[in-house]
Design a protein around this ligand. Structure first.
Ligand code: SF4
Ligand code: SF4
Length: 59
């Protein structure tokens, strides 16, 4: 499961809050940028994260 390319992610965490199984966490790169990590073992492919991501939906 991947929402968007890491370079596109603003780290807004909207996806983290909507995921029903808490499969998404935030990690910080050494350069200080944040990106999200999805645990595929937990993910149920509901795609809620994709539907709310502002970077993916142009909001
Ligand atoms: S598809 Fe659903 S379960 Fe998987 S990471 Fe996105 S919101 Fe969570
Ligand atoms: S909702 Fe989109 S931009 Fe926001 S943290 Fe998740 S993947 Fe990144």
């Amino acid at each position: 499961m991947k929402i968007i390319e890491k370079a596109m992610c603003s780290g807004c965490r909207t996806c983290v809050y909507v995921c029903p199984v808490k499969a998404i966490s935030v990690e910080t790169y050494r350069d200080g940028f944040e990106h999200i990590v999805i645990d595929d073992k937990l993910c149920i492919q509901c795609e809620k994260c994709k539907s709310v991501c502002p970077m993916l939906n142009g909001n």
